[in-house]
Design a protein around this ligand. Structure first.
Ligand code: HEM
Length: 485
């Protein structure tokens, strides 16, 4: 094999990569040592801003294969035929910690999936939890600040975490989920993924449906206890990355089965829960799971920075036949992600290989900007409409329209007959085995007992009591016992 020559960025050969050029032996370094200057300057610029949330993650490529006919519900081309395969990229993540954080911690996990479809990239940016802590995007920065490092102590503070929840009764459902057994997955392979929000599907006849996505792990759900997780973090802080990387390198390709819950659009207005409230699930008895297909991960990225750190998923990357619902959280996210990408990766982040369409090509009049690499061909016009056969709109609506009415204003999420902040949290508690209830109570008490203010503890206890009297009583007793220690 021909020997590879080390070069500068301009491609010129490097003579010495061990000794910098000096004025004589032992003299000062010469400014003309281009290789040294370039090497140091480039090194200084290796980091880009980390994601403001979900900074720590792992990614892999794979494919999605349709196993069941869903053409009655959506005209999305990648779901149009049983057996059809679409290339995918999935990034898993933790939420609260910074890039160097440990994997085996109690935290929701991100489940961000990019389908490289022939109609453009479809991003489904979900979590391993079917619900979320809040239901209005205006609360998101405050929520995240309360969970991340305190500006004075520089550490995560139980006072802040629980003070936010004291003021957010709607979080009780997700807090119960997070503090329960599924709060620390054993690995990324052993957890489910959820779209969490309700999305809109539209079929070829223009009929609208509301759907929720559930990716069920075929490896089985496995979780870690708080003690097991603490031990694992000490042994391998990157345990989830290690697990995913090694499994795929060995050909043990993880897979998930995608199911959807489907609600005909006309049923949304009178459903007992507001179907666009992200703190609520749709019980399966109301809307059963219907199988759609299989997701398989079978290839590790070659370069973590290029493909995982630079990956950009945006909930507003839809394809025809799939679109947003009026869920306010989702609506906020439709803005937040691409804005984050423009800041973190630049305006041309969609041209990076991991983010660019693969089964089709972007063709539009967006131009220039920092690091532009896509520029069409020599005689392309940069305006539209034009007389030169440039790309033009299709005139085909992407989805069914949504009826809206009322006055503009700042409103709380509309409550349907069965809606309150606690009922579903209580249902989740009552579903748990006696052992799991015990671990849930211990996990909550472990955090809540560290809070310094009695009024903040009391407000949180009131939420657990409202969910289920037994739940509230047991948390109260466990907190008291720990505080008396
Ligand atoms: C209004 C509420 C929310 C806002 C404003 C928000 C905002 C953000 C932002 C700015 C990022 C960083 C994006 C980047 O730099 O690439 C992010 C990442 C992420 N968010 Fe959210 N988020 C919200 C709620 C949610 C919810 C409800 C879910 C799940 C259902 C979710 C799942 C994710 C995931 C999985 C990532 C990581 C994506 C990746 O792997 O690159 N977020 N979020």
């Amino acid at each position: 094999m021909a020997k590879r020559v080390l070069t500068t960025e301009s491609g010129a050969p490097v003579a010495d990569n061990q000794n910098s050029a000096t004025a004589g032996v032992g003299g000062p370094i010469l400014l003309q040592d281009q290789h040294l200057l370039e090497k140091l300057a480039r090194f200084n610029r290796e980091r880009i801003p980390e994601r403001v949330v979900h900074a720590r993650g792992s990614g892999a490529y794979g494919y999605f294969e349709v196993t069941d006919d869903v053409t009655g519900f959506t005209r999305a081309d990648f779901l149009s035929a049983v057996g059809k395969r679409t290339e995918t990229f999935l990034r898993f993540s933790t939420v609260a910690d910074s890039l160097g954080g440990a994997d085996a911690v109690r935290d929701p996990r991100g489940f961000a999936l990019k389908f490289y479809t022939e109609e453009g990239n479809y991003d489904l940016v979900g979590n391993n939890t079917p619900v979320f802590f809040i239901k209005d995007p205006i609360k998101f920065p405050d929520f995240i600040h309360s969970q991340k490092r305190d500006p004075f102590t520089g550490k995560q503070e139980p006072d802040n975490v629980w003070d936010f929840w004291a003021h957010a009764p709607e979080a009780t459902h997700q807090v119960t989920w997070l503090m329960g057994d599924r709060g620390i997955p054993a690995s990324y392979r052993h957890m489910n993924g959820y779209g969490s929000h309700t999305y809109q599907w539209t079929n070829a006849e223009g009929e609208a449906f509301f759907v929720k996505y559930h990716f069920k792990t075929n490896q089985g759900v496995r979780s870690l206890s708080a003690e097991q997780a603490a031990e694992l973090v000490g042994k391998d802080a990157n345990s989830h990355q290690t697990d995913l990387l090694q499994a795929i390198e060995r050909g043990i390709n993880p897979s998930w089965t995608l199911h959807v819950q489907v609600m005909p659009a006309a049923e949304a207005a009178d459903y007992r829960f507001n179907p666009f409230d992200l703190t609520k699930v749709w019980p399966h008895a109301d809307y059963p799971l219907q199988r759609v297909g299989r997701l398989v991960l079978d290839r590790n990225p070659d370069n973590v920075f290029a493909e995982v750190e630079q990956a950009a998923f945006s909930p507003n990357n839809f394809v025809p036949g799939i679109g947003p619902s009026p869920d306010k959280m989702l609506q906020g996210r439709l803005f937040a992600y691409a804005d984050a990408h423009r800041y973190r990766l630049g305006v041309n982040h969609t041209q990076l290989p991991v983010n660019a369409p693969r089964a089709t090509q972007a063709d539009n009049y967006g131009r220039d900007g920092l690091h532009a690499t896509r520029y069409g061909s020599r005689h392309d016009k940069n305006y539209e409409p034009n007389s030169y056969a440039g790309p033009a709109q299709t005139d085909a609506a992407l989805g069914a329209p949504l009826a809206v009415h009322g006055w503009t204003g700042t409103y709380g999420t509309a409550a349907h007959v069965k809606d309150d902040d606690f009922f579903q949290a209580g249902e989740l508690y009552r579903l748990m085995s006696e052992d799991e209830k015990g671990r849930l109570v211990a996990n909550i008490a472990g955090g809540l007992s560290q809070v310094t203010r009695d009024d903040v503890i009391e407000k949180n206890l009131a939420h657990f009591r409202a969910a289920d009297a037994d739940y509230g009583k047991r948390v109260e007793e466990a907190v008291r016992a720990l505080r008396e220690d």
